[in-house]
Design a protein around this ligand. Sequence first.
Ligand code: FMN
Length: 171
Amino acid sequence: MNTLIISSSLSKTSRSFILCKAIHALLQEKGVNAELLDAREMELLPCHKGASPSMEELTKKVEKADNIIFGMGVHCYSVNDGLKIILDNCCGGSVGKFFGIVCAAGGERSYLSTMHLTQICMNEWRMIQLPRIVYATGKDFTDDTISNDDLKDRIKLFAEEFSSIGEKLIS
Ligand SMILES: Cc1cc2nc3c(=O)[nH]c(=O)nc-3n(C[C@H](O)[C@H](O)[C@H](O)COP(=O)(O)O)c2cc1C
């Protein structure tokens, strides 16, 4: 199974990237061919400004992936800017694919913000979502490390369910 993990935050201290990295490691332990892409290493150009080479590369990787995990930060109760660019420009090849969401937010009350990503993926590409989201806030981290044991358990469950359901959907 080829799983693409797209960490879309452009923040130097991105917490959603830390979540993506943890899930990447767990999927690899399970033998999943998982690739973690970091938007901070891409040149992201807004819609109508053309696609950069890194955006073209991402578009091809999305086409080839069996399923996708999106890492997002909450911005104004919605998806972060880098993710919107990726969705608008690089995700045409995701039709019908299984996907999951891992999300970092400033506070506990913004958890419904991931619904905007759900709506885009389901309405635009008829994607099928894992009905479990990893949602974390600043309180779950100490410096750049996940320090909340409950969050660690939720990450493990997410990785287990994503890999087992993902396998079933491609076989
Ligand atoms: C422009 C902007 C808007 C934000 N809006 C919200 C918000 O509506 N709700 C919230 O809980 N956190 C909000 N935050 C905090 C981020 O969600 C938080 O910093 C999170 O860690 C971002 O993910 P990242 O670290 O992966 O970039 C906002 C941050 C920025 C920069």
